[in-house]
Design a protein around this ligand. Sequence first.
Ligand SMILES: [Zn+2]
Length: 296
Amino acid sequence: MGWGFFAHQRINELAVFSLPPAMLVLYKSQQAYLKVHATDADKRRYIVAAEGPRHYIDLDRYGPPPYDWIPRSWQAALQQFGEDSLLQNGIVPWYIPQMMKQLTKAFQEKDLDKILHLSADLGHYVADAHVPLHACSNHNGQFTGQEGIHGLWESRIPELLADAGFNYWCGKAAYIRDVPAFVWQIVCTSALAADTVLRAEKSLSLRTPADARYAWENRKGKLVRTYAASYTKAYQQLLGNMVERRMRAAIHAVACCWYTAWVDAGQPPLTALVQKRPKENTILPDTGKMIGRVEE
Ligand SMILES: [Zn+2]
């Protein structure tokens, strides 16, 4: 999944404010679109088989850090590991640079639908790369008896606590000189944080009785078992402000990626596109081409 629906929508929505005026003119007018479609990439996982691996990378499967020896180029990675193994362990850091190239092309072609579609999806993958449990094979605590931790970190904490004090202000978008290096820095930071994410919850759960860990909540007329608010807050405190920091970093990174794709396209004026209306899709269709050999 990546961040829950709430966080994904919030990240795409707020990234807009970090853009320069020449981009803001279009992105602000399409902010609702970028928000609504922030989660399409997750919905597509149920429809498109190739979608899954784009959302994560199990870095621990490559051995201990540092991960500077892993090829940053998809072609080189293909040669070294083979496609099956790459897809099995997740490809998010290779997929994001590909998407940015597609977005640059869309800007050059002044194709509104493609610009919005790719921006919404790109925002999703960049946000996912910031989630520690998306950079680690024990992604839902399934190896350590912590099933549910994925949703606790990326959905429960943001939904419960983000609007009660998260500081989202991340400054202006900056140009990314080396996109693969930028993305790998993000996933490596996530991978290093995964250990803390798992260990903190383990220690908290060991000193919290089960009936204080969970609560029942009424959601649309159904009783759903969820992490108790007090447990969620205690976990968030143990993590320092990690969820807030990763969310804020994601907002900034999304804006930087959109901005860089636009600069690489030669900074085309976007004002003329503001009058146009994008096609309405319930779920944005697949744009991926990350199978086999791709141009780099
Ligand atoms: Zn995702």
